[in-house]
Design a protein. Structure first.
Length: 309
């Protein structure tokens, strides 16, 4: 059997050149000549014809040439896996940012204005459906011009409001702002004023006629008997709804303050009539109380804008 002879001088040169110039972008073509002598026993059924000046010319980079020349058992990492990993990372970052944005404390403040005055309330979330609310409201409002007995006496007064409310808000419907509210209101609401009597005009208290020579003026005060009064109402808006920073608030309800009480004190000029005038003033007080008895249910209407920390 004759021996096969394989001459690869240029292959060795190519490998050496590739190893020494791995940072270059091109590879110079080299001629690879193969010369094989067929064995007598024809064990090789196919012969490798000599490549006449076969040239390998390429513009590929060194890594691409190596991939085309030699095979490797290591499979490349699919590009899709890298994309999926990047997408997961981006999604995670977006979720983290969203969670930070929606991270609310369950505490909120609501500036408001209404029939209790101007003030604000603080709301704390107790359960998903139940909130506690504490508010302070105050105001001083002129309510003058009330006239009695054909303009004989005109009462000018100021309404002074001071209310501290401690309430519980119940939201019966999920994801709805509707609420039912109840609790107590500590109040010091009162009306103080003075009754002006027209000059040279007679006026009547308890069927007795008087002039400014008998009484120069009358001071009055209207207060409510229930300084700690129950409150019941409905409203709209959940100031501590998870994820919400800003919200709208509205309230509609009543304070069971009790029937207003009236106290009158006259500046008496005619001392001889003092006892009679005082008796007549008590009658006038009861008449005024009858006129305003409907205010034992003090109406509460308010609106505001809430902010959750």
């Amino acid at each position: 059997m004759s021996k096969s002879k394989l001459r690869l001088p240029l292959l060795e040169l190519t490998l050496t050149s590739l190893a020494s110039t791995s940072l270059t972008n091109r590879v110079i073509a080299n001629e690879i000549n193969f010369e094989t002598v067929q064995s007598p026993n024809n064990t090789l059924n196919q012969t490798i014809e000599t490549a006449q000046t076969q040239k390998i010319t390429t513009n590929s980079t060194v890594p691409e040439l190596l991939d085309n020349t030699f095979s490797s058992d290591a499979a490349p990492i699919p590009t899709e896996i890298s994309y999926q990993a990047a997408d997961l990372q981006v999604s995670s970052n977006l979720k983290s940012t969203s969670d930070t944005t929606n991270n609310t404390s369950g505490w909120a403040i609501t500036p408001e204005i209404g029939t209790l005055g101007v003030g604000a309330s603080v709301t704390k979330s107790l359960t998903p459906n139940l909130n506690a609310r504490v508010g302070v409201n105050a105001a001083s409002i002129s309510v003058g011009g009330y006239q009695k007995r054909r303009n004989e006496v005109t009462y000018d007064a100021n309404l002074d409001l001071l209310n501290v409310s401690t309430l519980v808000d119940y939201h019966p419907f999920k994801n709805s702002g509707f609420r039912v509210s109840g609790g107590l209101v500590f109040n010091d609401n009162k009306v103080e004023g003075r009754g002006r009597i027209r000059d040279n005009v007679e006026f009547e208290y308890n069927n007795n006629r008087y002039t400014t020579k008998d009484i120069s003026s009358v001071k009055g005060k209207v207060s409510f008997p229930n300084n700690i009064a129950p409150y019941l109402g409905i409203g709209w808006g959940n100031a501590v709804k998870a994820g919400n920073r800003w919200g709208f608030s509205a309230n509609l309800g009543v304070i069971f303050a009790g029937a207003p009480q009236v106290n009158l004190d006259a500046d008496i000029v005619n001392e001889s009539l003092r006892e009679q005038i005082n008796r007549d003033l008590r009658v006038e007080e009861r008449e005024l109380e009858d006129d305003i008895k409907g205010f034992k249910f003090y109406p509460v209407i308010s609106v505001g804008v809430s902010y959750q920390f």
